[in-house]
Design a protein around this ligand. Structure first.
Ligand code: GTP
Ligand code: MG
Length: 298
């Protein structure tokens, strides 16, 4: 094969911002695959999830991260540690806000971002919800807040201006060799995505505190010739949460399982046989040992 004379670019492009502003919607759009789950509830993303875009002349390693918040329990501390690392190893930073956020809600993270000396693009998301005048006001507001940063209003949901994000990245991405094999899409194993798809369905189907108290554990992930067999445990933090509607044999569980199975069949492009069980795992969000097991703490 003839060697190309074009320079090769490579780097970590990390996506940071408050909860629910559309970080995951944006990453999925940039990568072209639904890697991160999306819901209208805050704290949907709990991990750092990499999505890799490969081209002959570049490799962009995106990282979606949990929305920044003040930890209320140990699970949050684990989630925020992913944000901390993403602030440290970023080559480029995409700071996502939306048209409703007045300043980055989390002041200390905002201060850290201001001190980082790396190319930063502030993305004002959800512009489909406001008019031109309001949008111009938001742009000047952020320009005065983060000096030196580039600002771009966009709508990740409606794919408006997403192309400009890619252009900005390629203009600023350092030269270097690829970090990962050029056929790599993500750093997470298949099991992780199966668990996330189930968690998304719990977030969507259950109200109040239930979605925040659950964790999904994949007990079996067995790929056979024509199907994948998946057995998953839904851990709830309290006995009472089993009764709220997630009950072992309940219709809710059946509905959730069927929605999750459909999404998994699209994601894995294979037939899925899915079994779901509910288990009380008392106060797992505060338990260091359990949080380590679930991959939130190292
Ligand atoms: N109107 C509108 N809604 C959007 C846009 N982008 C994302 N959303 C919606 O905003 C909500 C949150 O989107 P996510 O991508 O899950 O947000 P996030 O920042 O990853 O949230 P966390 O993971 O909880 O921190 C979802 O209901 C999205 O459909 C947009 O451009 N316009
Ligand atoms: Mg998210």
């Amino acid at each position: 094969m003839e060697k190309s004379n074009t320079k090769h670019q490579s780097g970590f492009v990390n996506i940071i911002g408050s909860p629910n502003v559309g970080k995951s919607t944006l990453m999925n759009e940039l990568v072209g695959t639904k890697l991160s789950i999306i819901t209208s509830k805050a704290q949907t993303t709990r991990h750092r999830i990499m999505g890799i875009v490969n081209d002959e002349n570049y490799q962009i390693v995106f990282s979606d991260t949990p929305g920044v918040l003040d930890p209320a329990y140990k699970l949050h501390e684990g989630m925020m540690s992913f944000v901390e690392t993403a602030l440290v190893d970023a080559d480029l930073l995409l700071v996502v806000t939306d048209v409703f956020e007045d300043t980055l809600n989390h002041e200390s993270t905002f201060e850290k971002i201001q001190k980082l000396n790396i190319p930063t693009l502030v993305l004002i998301n959800k512009i489909d919800l406001i008019n031109q005048e309001k949008m111009e006001e938001r742009v000047s507001f952020w320009a005065s807040k983060l000096e030196g940063a580039s600002i771009l209003p966009l709508s990740a949901l409606h794919k408006t201006n997403v192309d400009f994000v890619m252009q900005w990245i390629l203009k600023n991405l350092p030269e270097g060799h690829a970090y990962y094999d050029k056929d790599t899409l993500t750093d997470k194993p298949e099991k992780f995505f199966a668990a996330e798809i189930i968690r998304e369905k719990v977030l969507v189907n259950f109200k109040k505190e239930v979605p925040y108290c659950i964790e999904i554990e994949i007990e079996e992930f067995k790929e056979e010739q024509n199907l994948i067999r998946i057995r998953a445990l839904i851990h709830v933090a309290r006995e009472s949460q089993k009764g709220i509607g997630i009950g072992q044999q309940g219709d809710n569980l059946k509905k959730l399982g069927s929605q999750a199975r459909k999404d998994m069949e699209t994601f894995f492009d294979k037939k899925i046989f899915l079994e779901l069980f509910v288990k009380v795992n008392k106060d797992w969000r505060q338990d260091e040992r359990k949080l380590k097991r679930f991959g939130y703490l190292s």
